[in-house]
Write a protein that binds this ligand. Structure first.
Ligand SMILES: Nc1ncnc2c1ncn2[C@@H]1O[C@H](COP(=O)(O)OP(=O)(O)O)[C@@H](O)[C@H]1O
Ligand SMILES: [Mg+2]
Length: 212
């Protein structure tokens, strides 16, 4: 899905954070939001993901103006199309790894519903095989990162919003998640990643300097 921001302005606490930001994020591409700390990378990512309202400008999804989406329409976008890998993870700590991936559990008997075969496949891909019954709160930072990614792969999201994914990872894990993000873009999804990690930036197809 083509994700566009046109002439976006956002002020937080009366201070302008984004001023006339214009960006186009193409499907099949990994777009990096770059720039010094505090320049507005996270803010722009949140606006494009419809997590934060803009004061001015337009957000378009596949050419359609979604700036004024209702709460219900935004929820549908998040449920059906988007996946987020944010710094506070969006992980449900008190639920199992399996539930966090499939987001489905039958009320009777705590059985995780959804496609078990696919669940096993994505856990394998993200190096979380054998961990499905564990409580998410028991995972390390890097593992939670991979859990969020497993959920994105499982739901086959058409847009992936990622904030500083490699910040808490060691070199091996960093390489692994960068590779998984690239695979995601290669399969035709739109990948947008706020980052200041040069390895992550090098893997991106397009660089967007925020605030310049
Ligand atoms: N919730 C908030 N309350 C107050 N200031 C904020 C908030 N979120 C962001 N800011 C400010 O907006 C600016 C941009 O922040 P951010 O988008 O997080 O930058 P980056 O991700 O590039 O480091 C910073 O100056 C930050 O202090
Ligand atoms: Mg940030």
């Amino acid at each position: 899905m083509l994700i566009e921001g046109q002439d976006l302005s956002v002020a937080i606490g009366g201070r302008p954070v984004l001023e006339g930001e214009t960006i186009s994020c193409e499907p099949g591409m990994m777009t990096a939001l770059v720039g010094p700390s505090g320049c507005g990378k996270t803010t722009l990512l949140h606006c494009l993901g419809l997590l934060l309202p803009v004061d001015q400008g337009r957000i378009l999804n596949g050419g359609k103006d979604v700036t004024k989406y209702s709460t219900e329409a935004r929820r549908r976008f998040w449920r059906d199309h988007a996946a987020f890998i944010l710094q506070d993870y969006g992980i449900m700590e008190e639920e199992s790894v399996a539930f966090n991936v499939t987001m489905g559990v039958s009320l009777l008997g705590k059985r995780v519903t959804g496609n078990q075969e696919r669940l096993m496949e994505v856990l394998e891909q993200t190096g979380l095989q054998g961990r499905e019954k564990e409580m998410a709160s028991h995972l390390s930072g890097g593992e939670k990162q991979r859990l969020a990614l497993a959920r994105a792969i499982y739901k086959d999201a058409s847009v992936l919003f990622i904030d500083e994914p490699t910040a808490s990872l060691d070199a091996a894990n960093r390489r692994k998640v960068i590779e998984l993000f690239s695979d995601f873009a290669m399969r035709g999804s739109t990948v947008i990643v706020a980052t200041h990690d040069s390895e992550m930036i090098n893997a991106c197809d397009v660089l967007h300097e925020v605030g310049s």
